[in-house]
Write a protein that binds this ligand. Structure first.
Ligand code: DQA
Length: 142
């Protein structure tokens, strides 16, 4: 049976490709999903994609993942730096979590250097652009 991995994206990532392309690149979230799907098919991984600009909606989706997901790949975006609620939700999830950031948050403003989610994640990929999402799949295939 193939593994089901949830791919969760937080606020403003619906505007990927249009939003500050000098930082986040020109690929859209749909482009990223297509690249991930392509790779997941080869690795026999099933993906569930979800993006929301709302903290509670992300919390609800993490609760859903508790029921059926083998892992979570999450870019919590700005909520990385602020959300104890998302951290608590991830702490109710018993399988591995990989946190992805398109930009290198450690090279940016000081308020981006801390991520609540990093205190829970098995691993963090930051600064490799959208490739980070694709690389996270290798972790789950391994
Ligand atoms: C981000 C980095 C965050 O600091 C920022 O708030 C985002 C995107 C990234 O992917 O580089 O929205 O998570």
């Amino acid at each position: 049976m193939s593994k089901l991995i949830y791919v969760l994206n937080g606020p403003n990532l619906n505007l990927l490709g249009k939003r500050q392309p000098e930082i986040y690149g020109s690929e859209t979230l749909a482009d990223v999903a297509a690249r991930m799907q392509d790779k997941a098919d080869k690795l026999d991984i099933e993906l569930e994609f979800f993006q929301s600009n709302h903290e509670g909606a992300l919390v609800d989706k993490i609760h859903e993942a508790r029921e059926n997901a083998a892992g979570i790949i999450i870019n919590p975006a700005a909520y990385s730096h602020t959300s104890v609620a998302i951290l608590d939700a991830l702490n109710t999830f018993e399988n591995p979590v990989v946190e992805v950031h398109i930009s290198n948050i450690h090279k940016r403003e000081a308020f981006r250097h801390h991520s609540y989610v990093s205190t829970r994640a098995e691993g963090v990929i930051a600064g490799l652009g959208t490739l980070g999402y694709v690389l996270a799949l290798d972790y789950f295939a391994d």
